[in-house]
Structures are given as C-alpha cells and as structure tokens.
Design a protein around this ligand. Structure first.
Ligand code: GLN
Length: 175
C-alpha cells in the first residue's frame, strides 16, 4: 500500500498513475493513515505549507524514522524533493523556484537512466545544486541533475505524473 501525502498539492495525478499501474494506494493526512504503508509519495505543491503540517501532525518524525527501513520506498516530486532534502533523506542541496516563476513553466523530455524518456513538467521547480556521496544522479537536464536516488528514496525536480507517463512510477514502485 503506497501512501500519498494529501495535505496539499498534486495528489490526484499521482493517484491516477498508481491506478494505471494497478498499485493500491491511500491518502495520508495524519498519523492515523500510516499503518501498513510500504512507501510514500510527497507530491508537488507548496513545500512550506506541507512542511508546516507534516511537522504539526507528527508525519515528519514518522517519515524520517520509517525511511530508515531500506525497503520503504519514498518519492518526492518538486516540493516533495525539497522536503526530502531538508529532512536529510536525500543527500542533495536544492534551491527553491530556481527554474523560474509560474509563467516560466515548461515541459522537457528527460532521459532517465534505466527508465527511458519521460516528459517532465517543470513548475516553479527546485534546482538540485549539489549532490553528496550518498545520492546518485539518474537524469540531468541542461547540465543539472533532475532525478536523484538514494537507496529507495527518489527525488525528482519536475512533475512526471502530469504527462500521463507511468514509467518512473513503475521503476520506483514494484506493484
Ligand atoms: N515552488 C514550490 C515550492 O517551493 C514547488 C513547486 C512545485 O511543487 N511544483 O515548494
């Protein structure tokens, strides 16, 4: 059962992709929802808002502990990537909104190693400005990493769920 953090942000689009893949999923808005989860998606949205409520509801502490299990899968897209970097779950540094404002949003075909080409929507996306020894880069775009992975924790600068592609989710979640 894959949880999708449902405080705010692009929850439905991830649900659609998981439905297509036949993965069971549930929304996570509080600690009452986390039992039995094998993974968690933190969607795009507003990282400041999600961080505030994750902290308030005890979900930050839960996730940081739960992610120590090497079999627990975590995917953070866009704002979700920012949180994974802040929580020390991905050994990367990020700069918020560094691809430009909402009006500067764009779509790019990104070649992801071992996965294939994925159409990525960049919407006020964070730039990955540094990658530590713990993380590996699976895709770059214009010279900067945009898909990183550390064990079963994945961070993606863009939104793979908006283009109708299931490739990345299929590679990340085995269901
Ligand atoms: N700009 C947002 C943030 O900093 C992220 C945007 C997104 O998730 N599409 O939280």
């Amino acid at each position: 059962m894959i949880g999708i953090l449902a405080i705010q942000g692009g929850v439905e689009e991830h649900e659609g992709v998981l439905d297509e893949l036949g993965c069971s999923h549930k929304r996570v808005a509080s600690l009452a929802d986390v039992e039995g989860l094998t993974g968690l998606i933190i969607p795009g949205g507003e990282s400041t808002v999600m961080e505030l409520f994750m902290e308030k509801y005890g979900l930050k502490k839960w996730l940081v502990e739960r992610a120590q299990d090497p079999d627990f899968v975590v995917l953070g897209t866009c704002a979700g990537l920012i949180l994974l970097a802040r929580y020390g779950l991905l050994d990367v540094t990020v700069e918020r909104n560094a691809y430009g404002r909402q009006v500067a949003s764009f779509t790019a075909d990104v070649e992801v190693r071992g996965v294939g080409t994925v159409a990525g929507h960049f919407i006020r996306a964070p730039k990955i400005t540094g990658v530590g020894a713990g993380a590996s880069v699976l895709a770059d775009w214009e010279g900067l990493p945009v898909v990183v992975r550390q064990g079963k924790v994945w961070g993606i600068s863009f939104h793979p769920e908006l283009a109708g592609s299931t490739r990345l989710h299929a590679a990340i979640f085995s269901c």
